[in-house]
Design a binder for this molecule. Sequence first.
Ligand code: PRX
Length: 647
Amino acid sequence: MSANVYPVSEETAKGALIDKAKYDAMYKQSVEDPEGFWGEHGKRIDWIKPFTKVKNVSYDPHNLYIKWYEDGTLNVSANCLDRHLATRGDQTAIIFEGDDPSVSEHITYKDLHERVSRFANALKTMGVNKGDRVVIYLPMIPAAAVSMLACARIGAIHSIVFGGFSPEALAGRIEDCGAKVVITADEGLRGGRGVALKRNADEALSHPGVKSVEKLVVVKHTGKDIPWNDARDVWYQDICDAASPDCPPTEVNAEDPLFVLYTSGSTGKPKGVLHTSGGYLVYASMTHQYVFDYHDGDVYWCTADVGWVTGHSYIVYGPLANGATTLMFEGVPSYPDASRFWKVCEKHKVNIFYTAPTAIRALMREGAEWVEKADLSSLRILGSVGEPINPEAWEWYHEHVGKRKCPIVDTWWQTETGGILITPLPGATDLKPGSATLPFFGVEPALLDHEGNELEGATEGSLVIKYSWPGQMRTVYGDHERFIQTYFSTFAGVYTTGDGARRDEDGYYWITGRVDDVINVSGHRMGTAEVESALVAHPKVAEAAVVGVPHDIKGQGIYAYVTLNADEEPSDELRGELVKWVRKEIGPIASPDYIQWSPGLPKTRSGKIMRRILRKIAANEYDQLGDTSTLADPGVVDDLIDNRQNR
Ligand code: PRX
């Protein structure tokens, strides 16, 4: 833990929306009178029919519901587009920066409004109605934002699948949500290389379980030749050109779903996290404004992909609801070279820059000289998200990118939370490298021991959130029971995050990582159970156990212990085959870093795999295995230690 403290500088405090006194006063009001607080801030968005009820929440597992602004009606796309037309129609809404550094485009609010309206009409013509599901499998191009907003405009529910997921993974998500339409592109582009999105989509749609899809909309992006199915496929550009630019926004209830986004848990298949319209938008826009100290005219860049929740809340919905200029970047930090991020900041005079620790660590390794190649004087605020940022990376980011004048907001949150829950506010919070610091308005974190007792003062425990906030997920799509089981059954009466945290003597929170079987690889969340089930689906594999292992750049790597069927011989070739297999089943982000052949796994007498032991061996901490006396066969441990891969 770092001992450095960086107080709010005078420079930052001067222009900031929130200073220390204001944070204290607003936080106090938000927790003492949540109804009053959220009633007032709920008005930051435009309602068609204003709400009269603010909050209606029960965490009782037998009768669990979460409702905010439940009698209000609105349209999310009208909030992100129409309401800005009179005042900022000609302002840039989206700056698109292509993978190829010579490609960029400025899209005004007026233009974006027209694109969204046309595509929304086209979707209607294809029979997409309010409540229908649309899967989006696109690269980071403007059509991704247009597709999201077009769904929102007609009350359809979008579900974005990250372009790095395999056809198998895409098929599973399409099947689970029963999508009527899938939107993809001929190809994506990353670091100069094509990503075969249409081919993957074709493969996913030929999956026997996928029966709901009527149309595949294809954006022409690279112009690559692709196979075509006349009965099913349509070109995005053609249907938009043919559609009317006039599409009145559909009135939806605050609690009507806006999107489903699949994320990994500690067990089973990825779950469809469902977010609704009113509370989500209030929360995304409010956090975007205050956490990034967003001022009118700022150029804001979040480097995430829209396939993750960060892209939903902080590339599209939050910034556009606030009338911001938001940058969408198609490429990768290392292409054409390691100065790309900084060149983009210079080119578009970015004021607020939000990225992930894994990217910072990778760029740090390349050396500060790449940063010095660009003029970063426009930068004012830096952000971090996705995993704990190690103090060394924080200091490097602060010194070389922020030139010691930009505060870093280390934002802790989750797909489930819809928006940022624990974070510094630039003008209000003294910073400690590695700490996400203090709760946002209306958020009451607590630390619990194993029995669920709340711990006071400086301590460490399971991080839970005591009451609801408007951006909270409402259910798991199609499986409300799983929602209750996952988040509200471990501890009674609170939302369980699955993370552990330490609170210091100043009340600052330090997230220590997951306490469940979820791992975080380069900021991508992965269930160990998902990788295990991919491995055991291979015909030569009898059993597999997967754990996270510390990794310099990725934060965590994937370490797999594999037991082969009795008649199979281990070989390097088979190791390669298994890596390829997992990439096919899930996607490249799930590739195991290590595969250890394990004739036996450490199990209790009741057959439960003791992952604690496997984690220690993978991390080379086999001298700290703790008690192994409850193992059915303690002898397997020696063999695992002798054959460990991460020496
Ligand atoms: O473990 C925490 C980690 O990422 C998890 C959530 O992952 P996901 O739903 O994919 O959302 C990522 C983007 C919001 C959390 O349970 N995490 C996220 N942000 C931080 C973090 N861990 C430490 N510090 C953070 N700032």
